[in-house]
Design a protein around this ligand. Structure first.
Ligand code: NAD
Ligand SMILES: O=C[C@H](O)CS(=O)(=O)O
Length: 461
């Protein structure tokens, strides 16, 4: 593969053909990043914060261009894409501040003639690998804390959506970051995974993507005991309790489910509804879903864009066919607009009922605008079903009872919980999963920790 061909998933039109970096070129960039670390780590937190704020200002100045770039290569509706630019830059703003709060501490010694000082130091060159579903935010969610901590940074974006990352790195250099301090490379995942995991100069790998790839990277990184941050797959449940505010639950379910056409790691993959209110809830949800406009994201009226590629489309169709063959009832959707020749794929928002645990979509991530509905009669049954997958990223629940809400929250094994809230993400919170959804957190005060080493000095005076 000599060129990366970037397509518009809404039309199949070729947007760009970008030369792939050779293995040798990638290794040169890694060496340059490792060398640049020697001086970059000595900059002051205030210098790094100022550069981050300069980068933030340039991104905000180029918001419309970046939003249109995201829609062009990812397909999401322009309103969502502009929202992603805002989301991406909020990580830079947040970590420009956190850079100044990398506090150490002193520890009272056990003998009078000793003093003990604890300091925080940057880990080194960070190798980042990011997915196509949030080409801006998934990169800045890593670059911002890494650079704030004093690390140098090299990122490989998804081959589907490299243009946004390339533009963001250009803006970082325009803002004043030295070229070798923050870089992008373009090559296929396995090649870069091989290079990053085997390079002694890459001291940390931060990956956002599927759980199988994350496991492969972890296995290979064990050879050099690399620091790892893994933001992996999810299979979010929504629990609708008997006393839920159904109108609120419908609106928040639509927000959580159909963002990015369901192609988010925190997208609800199962909807567990109390049997006593199921019919009313399904009727309300169906009416709302039926209003969703599907089409090219550059049309402001459209709310659901295309599926990123044929592979993603085929996975969704396969899961739908499996569910219907096993007895699921299609309430709305299960309709498609696609052209393999032109290479674009749209899935109509779909609701299924009469879903059973043996159906693929109840265990496998769908990554599409499809929501299977299962009923329950006791909250303990719902919590057990919700926890019964290898994933633990995000979970949502709707109840008006303080007691019930806390009971559910304490019973769910997920890193991210939304209580009457379908949009819990943000730069200020520690985003990440339990179980096979990952290791580490991104965002919040916790999000800079993965880029720091802790050192202590014990001195005799
Ligand atoms: N937890 C999170 O924050 C989060 C966020 C977004 C997406 N995801 C997950 O990502 C998945 C969807 O994204 P995707 O289909 O692009 O995932 P993916 O794992 O196929 O690809 C993600 C990135 O990894 C690269 N890659 C692929 N194979 C690789 C390998 N062997 N070694 C190194 N890199 C490799 C890809 O080129 C891409 O840049 C879903 O499972 C979703 O849940 C998780
Ligand atoms: O898909 C992955 C993203 O992390 C989802 S969110 O935008 O951070 O909620």
């Amino acid at each position: 593969m000599t060129n990366c061909i970037v397509k518009n998933p809404a039309t199949g039109a070729v947007l760009a053909e970008i030369p792939i970096d050779s293995v040798e070129a990638i290794k040169v960039k890694i060496a340059e990043g490792a060398e640049a670390f020697k001086s970059w780590k000595k900059t002051s937190a205030h210098e790094r914060a100022a550069l981050l704020m300069a980068w933030s200002a340039l991104i905000k100045k180029n918001r419309q261009q970046l939003g249109e770039l995201i829609t062009a290569e990812n397909g999401k509706p322009i309103k969502e894409a502009l929202g992603e630019v805002d989301y991406a830059v909020s990580y830079i703003d947040w970590y420009a501040e956190e850079a100044k709060r990398m506090y150490g501490r002193t520890i009272p010694a056990h003998v009078p003639n000793k003093r003990i000082i604890v300091t925080r130091e940057a880990i080194g060159l960070v190798g980042a690998i990011t997915p196509w579903n949030f080409p801006a935010a998934m990169m800045t969610r890593k670059a911002a804390p890494a650079l704030a901590a004093g690390c140098t940074f090299i990122v490989k974006p998804a081959e589907e959506t490299p243009l946004t990352t390339i533009r963001l790195i250009e803006l970082a250099h325009e803002a004043g970051f030295p070229t070798a301090v923050v870089q992008s490379i373009l090559a296929d995942g396995p090649t870069v995974g091989e290079i990053f995991t085997s390079s002694p100069e890459v001291r940390k790998i931060t990956f956002t993507g599927s759980t199988p790839v994350g496991k492969w990277l972890m296995e290979r990184s064990a050879q050099s005991v690399k620091h790892m941050t893994m933001e992996l797959g999810g299979h979010a449940p929504i629990i609708i309790a008997e006393d839920a505010d159904l109108d609120l639950a419908v609106e928040q379910t639509v927000i959580a489910k159909f963002r990015n056409a369901g192609q988010t790691c925190v997208s609800p993959n199962r909807l567990l509804v109390h049997a006593n209110i199921a019919d009313t809830f399904v009727e309300k949800l169906t009416k709302r879903v039926d209003l969703l406009r599907v089409g090219n994201g550059m049309d402001n009226h459209n709310e659901v864009g295309p599926i990123i590629n044929k592979k993603g489309f085929d996975k969704i169709v396969n899961q739908l066919n499996d569910a219907v063959e096993k007895g699921a009832k299609v309430v709305i959707g299960n309709e498609f607009d696609f052209d393999e020749g032109a290479d674009y794929y749209f899935v109509q928002p779909t609701i299924l009922t009469d879903v059973t645990a043996d159906m693929k979509m109840m265990q496998e991530e769908t990554f599409g605008p499809v929501i299977p509905i299962v009923t329950f009669t006791s909250i303990d049954e719902a919590i057990d079903v919700a926890n019964n997958t290898p994933y633990g990223l995000a979970a949502y629940f709707f109840t008006e009872s303080y007691k019930m809400g806390n009971y559910i929250a304490e019973g769910l094994h997920f890193g991210i919980l939304g209580w009457n809230d379908g949009a819990p993400s943000g730069a200020h919170v520690p985003f990440g999963g339990m179980k096979e959804s990952g290791i580490g957190r991104e965002g919040g005060s916790e999000g800079i920790e993965p880029y720091l080493e802790t050192k202590y000095l014990s001195m005799t005076i």
